[in-house]
Design a protein. Sequence first.
Length: 548
Amino acid sequence: MPHVITQSCCSDGSCVYACPVNCIHPSPDEPGFATAEMLYIDPDACVDCGACVSACPVGAIAPDSKLTDNQLPFIELNAGFYPKREGKLPPTSKLAPVLPAPMVSPRPGGPLRVAIVGSGPAAMYAADELLTQRGVRVNIFEKLPTPYGLVRAGVAPDHQSTKRVTRLFDRVSEHTGFTAFLNVEVGKHLSHADLLEHHHAVLYAVGAPNDRRLDIAGMGLPGSATATEVVAWFNGHPDFADLPVDLGHDRVVIIGNGNVALDVARILTSDPDALARTDIADHALAALRASKVQEVVIAARRGPKFSAFTLPELIGLTSTCDVVLDATDHQRVIADLATVEDRLTRNKLEILTKLGDASAPITRPRIRLAYQLTPQRLLGDERITGVGFADGGTLDAGMVLTSIGYRGKAIADLPFDDVAAVVPNDGGRVLDTAGAYVAGWIKRGPTGFIGTNKSCAAETVRNLVEDYNRGQLGDPAHKPAALDKLVRSRQPAVVDAVGWRAIDAAEIARGGGQRPRDKFVDIADMLAAAATAPRPPAYKRLLAGLHR
Ligand code: NAP
């Protein structure tokens, strides 16, 4: 009964280190780790101990006998990563190598203090890594009153298992060395220089908040938007609650075929009753209940073998939605299969060969994967009526969404590489800027999965601690307790971890047991919920401040 890793694999590698026989690969020290679509358990070496199940933060691992029908393809997918051998491998007792974290050397000026800007996965994994060291203090600064970045506002609401990683982040936030300053914007309420006056180092884990834009005629007309805006809309991000999403027509076209395109297509074609059991925003659920959309076309500019979506996500999509190809694209898939040797790409192509034909009548909202369509212009005068492609073909559509990737944004007082849209860095050390570090998408670009940020953040933290130990980081000018005063003087509506827990509890209560939570989308509502948090008596707050 070997264990199997399934679709929601976050690739953070926790399972690798928990495994007593080193049967999960690629491991973070192996070359393929950074680009792997997921991790795989070797069924011949697995000893069925279940240690990986407890270590996995997103519940992606189960014994092969406990998989749902939709998860069965993952048995072959895990096994296929390893060469075929005869029988069970002899048991070993070899743990995967753990990359050593340098120990913080104590200094007379007090413990290492690090400001982390952002509270998404890269920020929380960096905090976790720093807080493994005795005495270290981590202060997190987040623009919204709610933490966890793209886990809250980017992961699709029907992927609740992936969102379970927030339980790990909640545990990190309970550490005594951790303080959250939510609803505080660095660049508006506080500057980089302010943060450096109160910390030895500032680590930016701000992600890639912009979209890559497609520069073709018609972009910007009503009915055009980006897929990531729609993701933020259905996830209840306060800045996107009013996005005009008009679903009163037959077809939506999405340009680009990465995992974001798949997420949006799936949500737009899902049964609203099923979505009503998720944490989808109320406004999005209402719009989807009234939707007239019958088909979402995912249009890629290249052929099937270059599909940007990952195999686990394709397996998930085809097992839950009606997905079709037209006859020409079926031919393209078969032609690619005849030439491609790479195992993962062949697996994707084999799934595509089994898809239904687009000529069949539409009986429920469906997704069509389409290839060799380079967008040239959006059609329509007052609003979008379709999209024109370079081959002269057109597709009617009431809404066109570009889904061609995220893009990093420049940070005040730090250098910026405008081509790669990242902060130039060496292993997380920002070039030519003492005391500044980066982790996550602003460090390496917008690729990978939630857990990819664990090893990325660990590398940055290793370098930061090394610099601190070598005496390269100046001591903060102020005592730790002065920070709280400064933040409150600049942003009286700051929300702390206790306030966030009150928001969290209120959202869960609003879900009424039928849904994981019913999200607030209005910042004023979030702040009102935070204000109901039980507060310790003033003398205890004073003591806590003195001990910080
Ligand atoms: P992505 O995977 O980089 O895909 C971008 C798509 O846009 C590709 O199909 C690309 O086609 C196309 N494209 C780029 N420029 C174009 C242009 N000028 N015209 C037409 N098409 C163009 O981006 P993403 O979907 O935004 O995903 C970002 C990252 O988040 C990925 O690592 C993804 O795996 C991850 N993610 C994961 C999940 C999940 O695991 N469930 C969910 C969401 C996102 P070409 O290949 O031809 O350039």
